[in-house]
Design a protein around this ligand. Structure first.
Ligand code: PLP
Length: 383
């Protein structure tokens, strides 16, 4: 038996949807892409959604659309996949990391405020927050801090499609609805909630940002008659800025549309799995289970526990076929980011977290039998 920490789920309907698209007139960006964008925007309650060929490209487009330039400083959480910070570097910006909250593992917003207070006005251009493991940020608070210091916000919600939190007026806010963030970015990599092979989405409520995202996604080229400087004829288009080819294909979008129909069922199944783990480990003092809060829905991309002797536990689980993972080695300690002066001790909370964290198998098609096996195998490590 081999049980991975995450696994995609492809049904016959998914395959039929892709096959149908292969027989259609469009392979690259076409009507399925538009349909997927509209369906996804509806799913997360966002005004606009722009699909991209992966979330890394989406983060890059968001950073470029928000005007990141060489020399600008942006604050990023160190507990994330590299792309959340790299997007700033792609635009020549500088990354400053802010340590995490020891309970939620999200960026510590008190520390963020302290950092901003201590800096000269105008030092920072923006902030990249991540809904780590699927735990949604209180974006109302992030927005209020950002507004006080004139920052834009990119929310990397690659772990959190389908999550929600509750604002101060007791209104439910879907993660990625972009009422508070300037751009929210999602990934459709196979280990994430919705799989399209490679793929991603950027949501926004700002029409100007929307236009830039679309322009930069396709080489900076427009055919829109209203935007051309002049028109030489029906063939004419203009490259108005330096963009990229970051388009999703209709083949992938067809898969995405089909997968999206099962997204809510997947989230509910993830809740069940999390609750079962919570209960199973409640009596074991060595295992610290994820922080739970009222008034929010954790999307549980990951179920992260904290254990002593993590390396030994990891190895023993592997030997038994339980392929637990570690998310993540802190970004500031990667050789690439160390060159900017980061070292052990720079961010003690995330470094402590990293010493003990372990992601257990968590995906909707995990069977009860498999989960029982994971639980029993882990319990044996502490017997
Ligand atoms: C997966 C992931 C990404 C990158 O997604 P791709 O679609 O593989 O480019 C970025 N940020 C976070 C937090 C992720 O988990």
């Amino acid at each position: 038996m081999k049980i991975p920490y995450g696994r995609q789920h492809i049904t016959d309907e998914d395959i039929a949807a892709v096959t149908e698209t292969l027989r259609s007139d469009f392979l690259t960006q076409g009507p399925k892409v538009t349909e997927f964008e509209e369906a996804f925007a509806k799913y997360v309650d966002a005004p606009y959604a722009v699909s991209v060929n992966n979330a890394t490209a989406g983060l890059h487009l968001a950073a470029k659309a928000l005007g990141v330039k060489p020399g600008q400083k942006v604050i990023v959480t160190p507990l994330t996949f590299a792309a959340s910070a790299n997007c700033i570097r792609y635009c020549g910006g500088d990354v400053d990391f802010c340590d995490i909250d020891p309970d939620t593992y999200l960026m510590d917003l008190d520390k963020l405020e302290q950092k901003l207070q201590a800096a000269l006005a105008g030092t920072y251009a923006g902030v990249v927050v991540v809904d780590f493991a699927g735990y949604p940020h209180d974006m109302e608070r992030v927005r209020s801090i950002a507004d006080r210091y004139g920052l834009w916000i990119i929310e990397d919600a690659c772990h959190a499609p389908g999550a929600w939190w509750t604002d101060s007026k007791d209104v439910r806010q879907l993660t990625g609805n972009s009422r508070h963030a300037d751009c929210t970015v999602f990934s459709f990599h196979p280990v994430k909630h919705i799989a399209t092979g490679e793929g991603g989405m950027v949501t926004t409520a700002n029409p100007e940002i929307l236009e830039k995202l679309r322009l930069y996604r396709t080489h900076g080229i427009t055919r829109d008659p209203d935007k051309l400087t002049h028109c030489d004829g029906g063939w004419y288009y203009e490259m108005q800025d330096l963009g990229f080819n970051y388009r999703l294909t209709d083949i992938q979008a067809a898969l995405g549309i089909s997968q999206l129909k099962r997204a809510d069922a997947g989230i509910m199944r993830r809740q069940q799995i999390a609750e079962k783990y919570d209960k199973a480990f409640a009596g074991i003092p060595q295992i610290r289970t994820p922080h739970r809060a009222e008034n929010l829905l954790h999307a549980f991309h990951l179920y992260v526990i904290q254990v002593p002797d993590r390396k030994e536990v990891y190895d023993r689980l592997r030997e038994a076929g339980v392929l637990a993972q570690v998310h993540y080695a802190p970004l500031h300690l990667m050789p690439y980011y160390r060159q900017f002066g980061w070292a052990e001790g720079s961010l003690p909370v995330v470094e402590d977290y990293y010493a003990n964290c372990l992601s257990l198998p968590m995906f909707p098609t995990l069977t009860d039998e498999e989960q029982n096996y994971v639980i029993e195998t882990l319990k044996k490590c502490f017997a």
